[in-house]
Design a binder for this molecule. Structure first.
Ligand code: SF4
Ligand code: SF4
Length: 184
């Protein structure tokens, strides 16, 4: 009987081109408080193995993001949706044998992405809501009416003046508006 052959699994590998590599990137990241130890990640994979998000995602791999950062793949890392998936639960930080503060590295990467004008729509919307109403979510009138019917006190009013002042001082509103030009 002829031997059964297994279907060939082809994995798409994205080739790294030399002009994609920014050798300064890892130094920029390591200067951010909390992200210094990115340099000593030795790729053991413990962070990915223990990460609760990686368990349910086909693409989120903190180990891989650490490696891409070390390699200087700045554009790929900063434009990746994956850097926004970290739940900052610190499980990986507790288990990393090199004491890399992975969640701080990811925070640093998200902040850099925003400065480059890259922010997922959902976070842009949440940020705009805060600037407009003081709340991350726009609370529907129906919900407010229900509170009233249940005898609950009205929700506290946010000081929009203070929010505007804070966002001006920190540059938050400008960051929310900033959008990276789509490359062809
Ligand atoms: S657990 Fe620490 S050393 Fe291991 S891959 Fe993750 S960041 Fe690197
Ligand atoms: S802090 Fe982020 S990367 Fe680390 S285990 Fe939690 S979700 Fe995963």
């Amino acid at each position: 009987m002829p031997e059964k052959t297994q279907p060939k699994v082809t994995k798409q590998v994205k080739v790294i081109k030399a002009n994609e590599i920014d050798p300064r990137f890892k130094y920029e990241v390591s200067k951010v408080p909390g992200a210094k130890k990115i340099m000593i990640c030795f790729q053991c994979g413990t962070c990915t193995a223990d990460c609760p998000i990686a368990r349910f995602s086909d693409s989120y791999r903190p180990r891989k993001l650490m490696r891409m950062t070390q390699l200087g793949l700045k554009d790929r890392v900063l434009s990746s949706d994956n850097i926004w998936l970290c739940a900052a639960c610190f499980t990986c930080v507790d288990h990393c044998p090199q004491d890399v503060e992975i969640s701080s590295v990811l925070r640093a990467l998200r902040n850099m992405a925003v400065k480059e004008g890259v922010m997922p729509v959902v976070f842009r919307d949440l940020s705009s809501n805060i600037l407009k109403t003081g709340y991350a979510y726009v609370i529907p009138a129906l919900r407010l009416r229900k509170r009233e019917e249940q005898g609950l006190p009205p929700l506290p009013k946010a000081s929009l003046e203070s929010i505007a002042k804070l966002s001006e001082v920190t540059g938050f509103s400008e960051l929310v508006k900033k959008k990276k030009e789509e490359s062809e």
